[in-house]
Each structure stands twice: as structure tokens, then as C-alpha cells.
Design a protein around this ligand. Structure first.
Ligand code: TRP
Length: 469
């Protein structure tokens, strides 16, 4: 089925699409709120270390697998090991993760889309901060509204993925990514002029132990995986549309730098504004949805910029959602020989359905409580609903486990000569090979295993609750 596959127009197309996948809600929604919850500078520092020391090597490994095999994750693991190999499980996990992650991702993106509408219709004008904050509560807990916008967002994603690799994904990334940087630039200037910029910078970059705990370290790592789109084969899939001699090293570095810059930019935009209007930094997942409208309602000029901000958030979510859907779709195209249209409609339709529980769980106690009982011993703390459980499950377990599998596979299973040749193909930076391999062999597995043990509460059991609080 070679014709159903596809290729990027050129390497820039790939970089934009991969950056489009990476830059998303992880950068603009999750990075600021998690940084806020974990006290700022020190968390950012740990995050940057995770990106450079763990994320970047895994990104190179993923693109290596995809580019070498020219096929999507399940088939890729088969090709590089043998039919029926247990390593194919890593590919499978990725396909399952695609369904799970996109199902809740699309709900958040749907809220963002709804906020474009709310801010265009000036819902936030002349409202007090308390009133604006309550709007987010209403949206989050309204099952019909959340479901509606989730379905709309999924429909847009499906339409783009049906159009295919070049005319769908690449074309839209070429339009949306530059638009994103323009909007970010405008908002940054706004934050510098109207916000409390000095305090924002200090919060982001000055290491500070307030609110930082041992749990901030796994949180930073999970965020790095999520933000760079790692651990479930999205970049294996995107890499499979590269030509076999496209430079993998510089591409990965570019994508990681772009992704990290957008996260930092989002922080540099949000925190000065948060301080200027006297909001709290540790509000959790509602942060952008409450702070931005509050700020833009209070500061002159804000009413024009609010729709722009949520448009930006929706755009970035869209290019990421595309990559998640593409993983599920590519499996059915490559492994089952389905046409692109059939594969996209089937997987996208399924994800629409799977997302409904997430969309309604904000408002439905019943649904949340039942699931909570089942999952509580492992990850869910008190008060977590279905949506929260899925977010936790993917950040803290699925992506790190997938990343571990990918790293171990490339570092220990893949043929040495093929690995070395593949790494340096088309690249001027082949010298980095040993550094990459050492990170992949030793640093990455040890770090991930520690984090997984922590997520399962092992350290807490060994050293007592006080330490790993
Ligand atoms: N990286 C995206 C974000 O930051 C989300 C995303 C897209 C993703 N594709 C992924 C996360 C694959 C994990 C795996 O919002």
C-alpha cells in the first residue's frame, strides 16, 4: 500500500510538522500551570535538564526507528527485530496511547475553541475576576458543552488527517506554525509592556524551593515527554515519512529547541500578566482559562488579544492532535491495508466516542466515582475523575514506559552498525553518536526507572511518607 503512505515535501516540511506535533497544549496550557504549581525556577531547570538529557536522545531514537523502517510503530519494531517479537508491544502501546491521549486532549482543545467564541462575543468584558473564574467552572462541568466542542475539534482534526501527509498535515503546519510565532510575538510585547515582566522573569528563572517537592521531578519528566511528543511513536510515524538520508540529528535539535522556546515564551507571557493582575500562580489546570481572560478584561487592549490568544492555543492543539490521530491512522493503513479515508474516519470516530467520558466527567460525579475506585490505589488521589485519571496515566506511566522501551530497543537491540550508520546519515554531527548512545544506554533507562518506581510509590514505602511527599 505504498500509495496510501506518503512523504514530506522537504525537510522543512518535516521540521514544521514535528514542531507542530511537539508544540501544543503541553507548552501553553500544561507548562505554565505545572511550573506555577511547582514553584517556578527550579522546576524549569529540572524540566530543561529532562528535555536535553532524556527527551532529545529519545526523540533521535524515535526518528531513527521511523526513518530507517519507513513504517509506523508496530511494523517498525517488527522490521528491526523479528515478526512476533515482544518489542512490537512498544508499538502497540503507542497505538493505544494515541487513542487515550487524544481522547482527553481534544476535550481541552475544545474548551479552547469555545473560549475563542466566548472572547469574540465579549463574554469577559466588564466581569469581575471571580465571575470570569466561574465561567471556566461552568464550561468544565457542563457535559453537553464540553462534548459539543470536543466533537467539533475532533471533526476538524479528522478532516486534516484525511487530506494526508503532504496536502493535509504539512500544508496546515506550514500555515499554522508561522501564525503561532506571530501571535506569540504580539503577546510577548503585550506582556512586557503591560505585565509585571521583571517579577515574571524572576519567577520563571530564579531557582526557588517553595512548592518544589520530590514529586516535582517526575512531573517535570512526564511533562517533557508530553511536550516533545515522545514515548508513543508519534515521531516514529512522522519520521517514517522522511527520506532515509534526511539529517536526524539537527532536525531533532531544532524541534526540541523550538518546543522549549515556546514553553518558555508561554511562561514569559503568562506570569508577568498573572502578577500584574494579582492572580495566584498555583491554580492548576484552569490557569490559562481563568488568568488570560481576567488579565485581558482588566488591562487595556486585552479584549482584542483574548481571542487571539485562544486562537493560538487552538492552533497549537490542532497540529498536535493531528500527530496523535496520525499514529492511530497509520497503523491501520500500514498494517491492515486500509485506505487513508477509512482509517482516519474509523480511528477518529472511535476517539470522538472515547473522549465523551472525559468531556462529561467534569460534571458527572457518578462516572468519576466509579472509575476512581478502580484506579485509586495506583495513581489517582482523592477527587480525581476520569479525565484526571487519563491525564495522569499518560503523563506518569504510558509515555515514560513507551520512552523506556524505545530507548532500550535502539540502544541494546538494534544492530550496532545499522544504528551508527543511521544516526550519521546525511548529518554533519555524526560525532555526537557516542554521546547519544551513552545517554540512551545508561542515563535514560536509569532516570525513567527511578521515576516509574516513584510513581508506583516504591520510594515512599522504603523511606517513609515524609520524604517523598
Ligand atoms: N506534544 C503535544 C503538546 O505538547 C501533545 C502531543 C502530540 C503528544 N503528539 C503527542 C504527546 C505524542 C505525547 C505523544 O501538547
Amino acid at each position: 500500500m505504498a500509495s496510501a503512505r506518503g512523504h514530506w515535501g522537504n525537510r522543512t516540511g518535516f521540521v514544521l510538522a514535528a514542531a507542530g506535533s511537539a508544540v501544543g497544549l503541553g507548552n501553553i496550557w500544561a507548562f505554565p500551570y505545572m511550573t506555577g504549581q511547582n514553584g517556578g525556577g527550579l522546576f524549569v531547570l529540572v524540566y530543561l535538564a529532562c528535555v536535553a538529557g532524556i527527551g532529545l536522545p529519545i526523540m533521535m531514537a524515535e526518528i531513527f526507528i521511523g526513518r530507517t523502517t519507513q513504517t509506523s510503530p508496530v511494523g517498525a519494531f517488527r522490521k528491526l527485530s523479528r515478526p512476533g517479537s515482544a518489542w512490537m508491544g512498544v508499538g502497540w502501546l503507542g497505538v493505544v496511547a494515541a487513542f487515550i491521549i487524544l481522547s482527553f486532549y481534544s476535550v481541552i482543545a475544545g474548551w479552547s475553541l469555545h473560549y475563542v467564541w466566548l472572547s469574540i462575543t465579549s463574554t469577559f468584558a466588564d466581569q469581575t475576576p471571580v465571575e470570569i473564574a466561574s465561567i471556566f467552572e461552568q464550561v468544565r462541568t457542563d457535559p453537553a458543552l464540553s462534548s459539543l466542542w470536543h466533537v467539533i475539534f475532533m471533526a476538524i482534526t479528522i478532516a486534516i488527517v484525511i487530506a494526508g501527509v503532504q496536502s493535509g498535515i504539512e500544508t496546515w503546519s506550514r500555515i499554522l506554525m508561522p501564525a503561532l510565532f506571530i501571535i506569540l510575538g504580539i503577546l510577548l510585547v503585550y506582556a512586557m509592556v503591560k505585565g509585571n515582566f521583571a517579577q515574571g522573569v524572576k519567577f520563571l528563572f530564579a531557582p526557588n524551593l517553595d512548592n518544589f517537592s520530590w514529586n516535582s521531578v517526575p512531573a517535570a519528566m512526564g511533562l517533557a515527554f508530553f511536550s516533545l511528543s515522545l514515548g508513543m511513536g508519534a515521531l516514529i510515524t512522522y519520521g517514517s515519512y522522511l527520506k532515509t538520508d534526511d539529517d536526524l540529528v539537527s532536525t531533532s535539535i531544532t524541534v526540541s529547541v523550538l518546543d522549549t522556546s515556546v514553553a518558555l515564551l508561554a511562561g514569559l507571557i503568562l506570569f508577568p500578566i498573572i502578577f500584574a493582575v494579582g492572580q495566584e500562580t498555583d491554580q492548576g489546570p484552569g490557569l490559562v482559562f481563568t488568568t488570560i481572560p481576567i488579565a485581558f478584561a482588566e488591562i487595556p487592549g486585552g479584549l482584542v488579544l483574548a481571542p487571539l490568544f485562544f486562537l493560538l492555543l487552538t492552533f497549537t492543539a490542532l497540529t498536535s492532535a493531528i500527530s496523535l490521530l496520525e499514529v492511530a491512522t497509520a497503523y491501520f493503513i500500514d498494517e491492515r491495508g486500509w485506505t487513508r479515508t477509512k482509517a482516519t474516519l474509523a480511528t477518529g470516530g472511535a476517539i470522538m466516542m472515547i473522549g465523551i467520558p472525559s468531556a462529561i466527567s467534569g460534571g458527572s460525579r457518578l462516572f468519576g466515582a466509579g472509575v476512581q475506585k478502580l484506579t485509586d490505589p495506583l495513581y489517582a488521589g482523592p477527587g480525581k475523575n476520569w479525565f484526571d485519571v487519563l491525564v495522569d496515566l499518560s503523563f506518569n506511566l504510558m509515555l515514560p514506559i513507551g520512552g523506556l522501551g524505545i530507548a532500550m530497543f535502539v540502544a541494546w537491540r538494534v544492530d550496532d552498525a545499522a544504528r551508527e550508520a543511521g544516526f550519521s546519515a546525511g548529518s554533519k554531527m555524526g560525532r555526537l553518536y557516542w554521546g547519544w548512545l551513552s545517554l540512551l544506554r545508561y542515563v535514560v533507562p536509569v532516570a525513567i526507572v527511578m521515576v516509574l518506581l516513584n510513581a508506583l510509590g516504591v520510594f515512599e514505602m522504603l523511606f517513609g511518607g515524609g520524604e517523598a511527599q
